[in-house]
Design a protein. Structure first.
Ligand code: ADP
Ligand code: MG
Length: 235
């Protein structure tokens, strides 16, 4: 089946003591294999909420998330969440350890990934000795070792400076494409969305509905940039 996941009429409301916050309102879309989707929208529009629902960390209020059988979802947050007291290698093995999957095959996959993405010689280093970009690659490898079908990235580059953001984001998309993983990238950077993804879903202000969806078909990046800018900032 080409369709990995379908989101159908998804809504999420948070109930706090003082008020109800409707974060997502009737969101529907599908993710196919080899889709690279960016979700872009104002701050507080429910982007992180959507990823939490997709990863199963939170429960939807209404609607459905229909997943292909045995679908594996990887999730990487804004901060890389590497454990400073573990080496690069130990950090990468952590997920496998927790899920009791430290098989020979999985361990050699970790080593393959470290070698392929230029981290093998740093495998016994501690995270604090690495650059921001290298840390992001370690975090990505740690997520890839569970062999996800879809990777969820929540503003993963926002803590890096501009120059590094360009380098790391192109590293990351290359790795994801090489490993044949589909992507949902949450970002507020229009350029990043256009460069990395081939579908862009624009969320409205809260309660978020899908305001627009773009398929990036050609290299006319400026045209897409202008349209998405208007969606986000027009009065
Ligand atoms: P985004 O990632 O687009 O900036 P979020 O998904 O983090 O937005 O949040 C959407 C809205 O839901 C915000 O108004 C936020 O304050 C609210 N929200 C998120 N998580 C919770 C929670 N656990 N409890 C209450 N409100 C929440
Ligand atoms: Mg967020």
């Amino acid at each position: 089946m080409n369709n990995l996941l379908e989101v159908k009429n998804l809504s999420k409301t948070y109930y706090t003591k003082e008020k109800e916050i409707k974060a997502l309102d009737n969101i529907s879309f599908k993710i196919n294999k080899d889709d690279y989707i960016a979700i872009i929208g104002p701050s507080g529009s429910g982007k992180s909420t959507l990823l939490s629902l997709l990863s199963g960390n939170e429960k939807e209020t209404c609607g459905n998330i229909i997943k292909k059988d045995n679908l594996k979802i990887g999730y990487m947050f804004q901060s890389d969440l590497l454990f400073e007291w573990l080496t690069v290698y130990e950090n990468c093995l952590l997920g496998l350890k927790i899920s009791n999957d430290l098989t020979k095959e999985n361990i050699s996959n970790v080593i393959r990934l470290l070698k392929k993405y230029d981290l093998y010689e740093f495998k016994d280093n501690y995270p604090k000795s690495l650059s921001g970009g290298m840390r992001q690659r370690v975090a990505l490898i740690r997520t890839l070792v569970i062999k996800p079908d879809i990777l969820l990235l929540d503003e993963p580059f926002s803590k890096l400076d501009y120059q590094n953001r360009l380098i790391v984001s192109s590293d990351v998309i290359n790795i994801i494409k090489n490993e044949k993983i589909s992507l949902i990238l949450v970002t507020h950077d229009i350029n990043e969305a256009i460069r990395m993804c081939d579908r862009i879903i624009v969320f409205s202000k809260r309660p978020s509905v899908i305001k627009k969806e773009y398929i990036i078909k050609n290299d006319d990046y400026q045209k897409y940039y202008d349209m998405i800018w208007n969606d986000l900032y027009e009065k």
